[in-house]
Design a protein around this ligand. Structure first.
Ligand SMILES: [Zn+2]
Length: 191
């Protein structure tokens, strides 16, 4: 298991290093395999904050008690504590079915399968958001990196990060945790 993760992370890291030396391209903030593969002594895999993190501008709020009941520990950690699931472990990373990806916390529609692509990063990746009004972007300087965090505008849940190394036509790569998403299979005509 460890060896598998190590190889995958190393391969991915190498690929990104070849493409660019910019550290901002990494999707992750607290992924253990990343730090191991990079030879770092960093071992902090916990969140940078505790409790609910929904900003005051969020349209809907849920109590911590409710969310802990209806979300898995990973879903709670990622969405409410800005956590990151381990690369290549999310159940939606390789999902190629046609449908809509919504916020696991509030149900807001966020991404379409039409915009999903295989980035090789180990996380679900989209080159476009379904509705630009549905997400908010924030500067994230945690873990010594400057990245752009993506949150659900409606409930404030952490989704992942967006980078500018995506494919055409947008050049964007929304690197999103599976744990932040709920997938609803749809017919092509329903998208
Ligand atoms: Zn939401």
């Amino acid at each position: 298991m460890f060896a598998k993760v190590f190889r995958a992370s190393f391969s991915w890291s190498s690929r990104l290093i070849i493409r660019s030396v910019s550290p901002t391209r990494y999707c992750i903030s607290s992924n253990r395999s990343f730090f191991v593969s990079m030879g770092s002594a960093m071992s902090n895999t916990t969140s940078t904050s505790t409790g609910t993190t929904a900003p005051s501008s969020a349209e809907v709020k849920f109590s911590e008690e409710e969310l802990r009941k209806r979300l898995t520990p990973m879903q709670y950690h990622v969405t409410q504590e800005k956590g990151t699931e381990r690369a290549f472990t999310g159940e939606l990373t390789y999902n190629k079915n046609t449908g809509i990806y919504s916020c696991v916390v509030c149900g807001e529609n966020l991404f379409k399968s039409d915009h999903k692509f295989d980035s090789g990063s180990g996380w679900p990746s989209f080159y476009e958001v379904m509705n630009s009004e549905a997400v908010q972007k924030h500067t994230d300087t945690s873990h010594g990196m400057k990245r752009v965090e993506v949150t659900c505008k409606k409930c404030g849940s952490h989704l992942g990060h967006v980078f500018d190394d995506g494919p055409n036509p947008t050049g964007q790569r929304y690197c999103i945790n599976s744990a932040s998403l709920k997938f609803d299979e749809k017919k092509k005509s329903e998208l």
